[in-house]
Write a protein that binds this ligand. Structure first.
Ligand code: FAD
Length: 317
């Protein structure tokens, strides 16, 4: 079976969950091989976790040539690997970086590219959800090496030990790929909460918060959840864009999604409707979000959420 290359999404060697999801998809298409571009010192921990989720091979590329530059060198590294291995497919996380690397790789290798996939079948057909989830497109790459960028939370990671054979790659990066350099990198201040796209529970707030996210945060912290938001809350400047869930924000698929003061516009649903259990708190019993929920509370979030958070804390005690 041909290899399927998965570009590893990691922070200093800590592999992020969407990569494990890609490995689960890769298993359906061929033999999963992970491509780790990063500091050699951080590779060993990453290799262990990649093995655990089924990587048969891990290509490691020490990033001294790549570090400090934007995505172009990574696309070159992948292009060299595609040339060397003739893989059945290349899978990337469909975020800003993954999509740009995928696009550059497609040009370099003369291949077709599908982005924002939400499912990939055994025969390589990829499903995309478009127009805020109103249409489902099924497509297939017909030229070159299929390059598919898959949205986070589109598959479940599958544990299952792979061989995890490590192959260190020596790569050369052209001057052209070093055309844009990173001059400063400031890590986002940690909130102490889980990452929005990886969290098992997400508690979101919308315009109905009136800008007071304290009750949303209180419930999130009681549940160990991430905080999300509607675009109305983001556009009002109450929370950063990184919190936005929906068509132009993040796609989440947690075990539990709690929407507070959110009406349930189609563009918001596009980012959360695959959540396993959906709860909404809204003072308008006609709010469209109630069409979607497993449990709904008609009430003022400013009184419901603190009471709920206290009840959760009391059960812990
Ligand atoms: P509203 O629709 O104003 O709803 C507020 C809700 O709060 C109401 O249902 C109200 O009954 C309730 N409420 C008010 N006070 C309280 C209270 N005290 N307690 C309880 N409930 C209360 N939106 C997104 O969220 N994500 C996206 O990614 C996104 N992308 C978009 C892309 C495009 C191209 C477009 C055109 C729009 C997009 N939108 C997106 C915007 C979307 O159409 C809605 O405008 C937005 O989701 C509304 O946010 P909201 O539900 O917080 O506000």
């Amino acid at each position: 079976m041909s290899e399927v290359l998965v570009l590893v999404d990691h922070v200093d060697g800590a592999v992020r969950k969407p990569t494990f999801e890609l490995l689960a998809i890769a298993k359906k298409l061929g033999t999963p091989s992970a491509v780790f571009i990063g500091d050699a010192g951080s590779a060993s921990g990453a290799v262990e976790s990649l093995k655990k989720y089924g990587a048969e091979k891990v290509y490691t590329v020490d990033d001294s040539e790549v570090k400090g530059y934007l995505v172009a060198p990574k696309a070159e590294v992948l292009a060299q690997l595609v040339e060397k291995t003739s893989p059945a497919a290349v899978l990337l996380v469909s975020g800003g970086e993954g999509k740009e690397i995928g696009a550059r790789l497609a040009v370099k290798t003369g291949s077709g590219l599908i982005t924002d996939a939400v499912d990939v079948a055994e025969d390589g057909t990829a499903t995309q959800s478009v127009f805020a989830g109103n249409y489902t497109l099924t497509g297939k790459v017909t030229k070159g090496t299929p390059i598919i960028a898959v949205k986070p939370n589109s598959a479940s990671p599958e544990e299952g030990e792979g061989a995890g054979t490590v192959e260190e790659l020596a790569v050369s990066v052209s001057d052209g790929a070093k055309g844009a350099q990173i001059v400063a990198a400031q890590p986002r201040q940690s909130t102490g909460r889980p990452d929005l796209t990886e969290a098992a529970i997400v508690v979101s707030g919308g315009r109905g918060t009136g800008g007071d996210f304290a009750p949303v945060e209180k419930l999130a912290d009681a549940l160990g959840a991430a905080v999300g938001a509607s675009r109305a809350a983001v556009d009002s400047g109450w929370v950063p864009h990184t919190f936005q869930v929906g068509q132009t924000g993040k796609t989440v698929s947690p075990q539990l999604y709690v929407a507070n003061g959110i009406s349930g516009a189609i563009q918001h649903r596009a980012g959360m409707q695959t959540s396993k259990t959906i709860v909404a708190v809204n003072k308008d019993e006609e709010a469209p979000i109630f069409e979607l929920v497993d449990f709904g509370v008609v009430g003022d979030l400013h009184s419901v959420l603190p009471a709920l958070a206290d009840a959760v804390e009391a059960r812990k005690g």
